[in-house]
Design a binder for this molecule. Structure first.
Ligand SMILES: [Zn+2]
Length: 247
């Protein structure tokens, strides 16, 4: 990594979970003035810096990393013919009121509880936060724009079906989910017994392994609307990776 740091000093290089496989990235990088190494890249405003296109080859084992610059690997001109956003990141948040007479559905799993979440669809607050995170990563607006709560077709809709639609946009834009991290904020009920079942359902729709999905649950120690059991909130952050990047 030291070699790559020297070689590509000043460029923004995305971080990867390194495995024993070869990772080949074809794309464009833009020098980050704020990270430039003194003496190698003079700091300058980012807007004045033209994009630098680079091929980055990383061969990684658990503890050995080496790289080769493009100019040592022959003619790489065919790698420079298109712009690729290697990574995208999105953040999502949602909250719904807890009411009587509704089912509590989180992550596509029905949770036994005397209260459920109110909403136009099934009010699966976790999936809604995930969808907003994914839409954010794609820069495609939010779920309110795509699935308005005034549309009768979405009345009591299974949010997993809506997530499937969002995933089609992920794939049609040339991406796949890299990782998803979420937090559900609920004073009650305790959710840890249901997390594995949520991951199982979500991994199928998201087309990723269960170990790429994180679902955490927390309380607010009786503070705020979640603490008073007036509602449940969820946060989600997702990273997408270009499908052309080897996994
Ligand atoms: Zn919602």
């Amino acid at each position: 990594m030291e070699y790559l740091n020297t070689l590509y000093s000043g460029m923004m290089i995305p971080c990867f979970v390194l495995t024993a496989k070869t990772i080949v990235l074809n794309g464009s990088c833009r020098p980050a003035a704020s990270r430039a190494t003194p003496g190698i890249h003079r700091p300058q405003p980012l807007r004045d810096v033209p994009p630098v296109r680079a091929k980055i080859v990383v061969r990684a084992t658990d503890d050995v990393i080496s790289g080769s610059p493009p100019n040592e690997r022959g003619d790489d001109s065919h790698f420079f013919n298109r712009e690729v956003h290697v990574f995208r990141v999105g953040f999502g948040y949602d909250a719904h009121r807890l009411v009587e007479g509704r089912s509590l559905i989180l992550g596509g799993v029905k949770i036994p509880h005397h209260l459920g979440l109110a909403g136009h669809s099934d009010a699966d607050v976790l999936i809604h936060a995930m969808m907003d995170a994914i839409l954010g990563a794609l820069a495609k607006g939010d779920i309110g724009q795509h699935f308005p709560n005034t549309e009768p077709a979405y009345k009591d809709m299974d949010s997993m079906v809506l997530l499937e639609r969002v995933m089609k946009w992920v794939h049609s834009d040339g991406y796949r989910i890299n990782q998803l991290d979420t937090t559900i904020v609920a004073e009650k009920p305790g959710l840890s017994p249901f997390v594995e079942a949520m991951k199982q359902r979500l991994s199928k729709t998201l087309a990723i392994r269960m170990d790429q999905i994180s679902i955490k649950a927390t309380t607010t120690e009786e503070m705020g609307f979640c603490g008073r059991q007036e509602g449940i909130a969820a946060y989600a952050i997702v990273s997408l990776v270009a499908e052309s990047v080897s996994s």
